[in-house]
Design a protein around this ligand. Structure first.
Ligand code: FO1
Length: 315
């Protein structure tokens, strides 16, 4: 069983590649929930929905989040009565937030709700939230501490980042389906860190102690696909955050951030010149085209990540 840790858009794309090349009994996708928040009385799980919509083939390819062919009658009507419209909830997207909120209020766990929603979208692979416990990302900025979506959407990532806090992480347990897997004979062959934002999407997952322990397990190789290509983030604020944290905005800055937790790196052709440096720190390195511009490219990248993982697993 390979575990893929996926955050937002970049994570969803590689998850979409992995599901093409691994069977449902070979792959489990663990998704960040630090971006979750209560909005308009609804529990919104953006990263779970981005992965679910992408694997279900109904995602909006332009934005990476929300549904394709979306309409906005609800939001327009909400705006007309003075409601909050800064976080854009489309009419089709709304169905998931309403149903998830109803289920959670009835006492169901997020992992169970996610399994049922994914089944409804025709997804056969396991998509599991990092935890069923409450976990929320806060961003410490020059404007004070902001809740994640306030920073990311309302303020469009403009505040200068000083640090992060993952509220609830220290007592968060891995979600039941993952704990069950961890116990079972289905050995975890390895872990793939999808090219999600290391600070905003991956760190909240690694703040869950039992998940971090999996990465630190000596017999479980970890391969990461770099979210930084050619000195910039493929999408989102990772490059800006690195600069604000005083890190080199290149693939070596990301490698240094993860340190010995990651055993192998898949980096883009444009960063080939860094391969030697990365290899000297004992990492396996695969240099390839990491731009997931089509499902076929996502599948090809997934195969490269799995191949590197299996090379490391035999070390
Ligand atoms: N991101 C935005 O930049 N603007 C939005 O209005 C917005 C709405 C939205 C609605 C549902 C959803 O699942 C995600 C949404 N996102 C929006 C993206 C979301 O903030 C990010 O996907 C993650 O939280 C970070 O990866």
């Amino acid at each position: 069983m390979i575990l893929a840790l996926a955050g937002g858009v970049g994570g969803a794309r590689l998850a979409q590649g992995l599901v093409q090349v691994l069977g449902a009994d070979e792959l489990t996708i663990v998704v960040n929930v630090g971006d979750d928040f209560e909005h308009l009385g609804l529990h919104v799980s953006p990263d779970l929905d981005t992965v679910m919509y992408t694997l279900g083939g109904v995602h909006n390819p332009e934005t990476g989040w929300g549904r394709a062919g979306e309409t906005w009658a609800f939001l327009d009507a909400l705006g007309a009565i003075g409601g909050d419209t800064w976080f854009r909830l489309g009419d089709r997207d709304l169905a998931v937030h309403v149903e998830r909120t109803r289920r959670l209020r009835s006492g169901d766990q997020l992992s169970g709700v996610t399994a049922d929603l994914c089944r409804a979208f025709g997804i056969r692979h396991a998509v599991i939230p990092a935890t069923d416990d409450r976990l929320r990302t806060f961003v410490d900025t020059d404007e004070g501490e902001l809740a994640f979506q306030d920073y990311f959407v309302r303020r469009r990532c403009e505040p200068v980042v000083r640090g992060f806090r993952f509220d609830g992480a220290s007592t968060a347990r891995v979600a039941a389906p993952l704990a069950a897997l961890h116990g079972s004979a289905a050995r975890i062959e390895g872990i793939v860190l999808c090219p999600s934002n290391p600070w905003l999407s991956v760190a909240p997952m690694l703040a869950v102690p039992a998940l971090a322990a999996l990465l630190d397990a000596p017999d479980i190789p970890v391969v990461a696909v770099s979210p930084i290509v050619g000195g910039a983030a493929v999408k989102g604020p990772a490059g800006k955050i690195m600069r604000e944290l005083g890190l080199a905005v290149d693939v070596t800055g990301v490698v240094a951030h993860y340190g010995a937790r990651v055993n192998g790196w898949v980096i883009d052709e444009r960063d080939r010149s860094h391969a030697g440096t990365i290899a000297t720190t004992g990492h396996g390195v695969c240099v390839t085209d990491t731009m997931m511009t089509s499902p076929a490219r996502s599948a090809a990248l997934a195969l490269e990540a799995i191949a590197l993982l299996r090379t490391l697993g035999r070390r």
